[in-house]
Design a protein around this ligand. Structure first.
Ligand SMILES: Nc1ncnc2c1ncn2[C@@H]1O[C@H](COP(=O)(O)OP(=O)(O)OP(=O)(O)O)[C@@H](O)[C@H]1O
Ligand SMILES: [Mg+2]
Length: 172
């Protein structure tokens, strides 16, 4: 049986716009979801996470920085947001050995920078976000939801964010 899947792409033309998209996403996310972020150095992954933290009512989003050396940052809000950066890890086995699976609970959301490097550690039902630089301040941001909870989150996001610059609606 093929898994239910839904994709949608936005274009952001500034760091603030990526923050705003993240903020809307942070309002739509629910506990139990993993968000896998994919994108080159400086693509805007952490910028999006700052927005997610704001949407999750984290009091001071200036504290949101890449957890490159500590691996995991924790930001309590409406749900507990775990921000993981696996840039320096060898791969999925190392992440799992460090206790990654224990982060995901019904009241937590786990956001992973460089998630494509640890693909097999990410649950098959997840929300993947790919950021592709299109110029100095322009990014295409594609959200790819697999499984009911992630799809519900994406539907909720697009219902509320029609004003954001939507590039393409993938056929259902
Ligand atoms: N449309 C945009 N969206 C996001 N960031 C943008 C955009 N335009 C310019 N920027 C700039 O690009 C940089 C993105 O940095 P950020 O730390 O979010 O990237 P990253 O993907 O987390 O990088 P790293 O892989 O090093 O962790 C910031 O300096 C931000 O101001
Ligand atoms: Mg980063």
């Amino acid at each position: 049986m093929t898994q239910a899947r839904e994709r949608k792409t936005w274009e952001t033309t500034s760091a603030q716009a990526t923050f705003a998209l993240g903020e809307a996403l942070g309002r739509s996310l629910v506990g139990g979801l993993v968000v896998g972020l994919v994108g080159s150095l400086g693509a805007g992954k952490t910028q999006l996470v700052k927005g997610i933290a704001a949407g999750n009512a984290v009091d001071d989003v200036r504290k949101v920085t890449s957890p490159t050396f500590t691996l995991v940052h924790e930001y309590p809000g409406r749900f507990c947001l775990y921000h993981v950066d696996v840039y320096r890890l060898a791969g999925a086995a190392e992440l799992i050995a460090l206790g990654f699976d224990e982060l995901l609970q019904p009241d937590t959301v786990v956001v992973v920078e460089w998630a494509d490097r640890v693909h097999s550690a990410i649950p098959s039902e997840a929300l993947w976000v790919e950021l592709i630089p299109k110029g100095e301040t322009s990014r295409t941001v594609t959200l790819d939801a697999t499984g009911e909870a992630a799809i519900r989150c994406l539907d909720d996001l697009r219902a509320g964010q029609l004003h954001l610059n939507c590039l393409a609606e993938d056929p259902e």
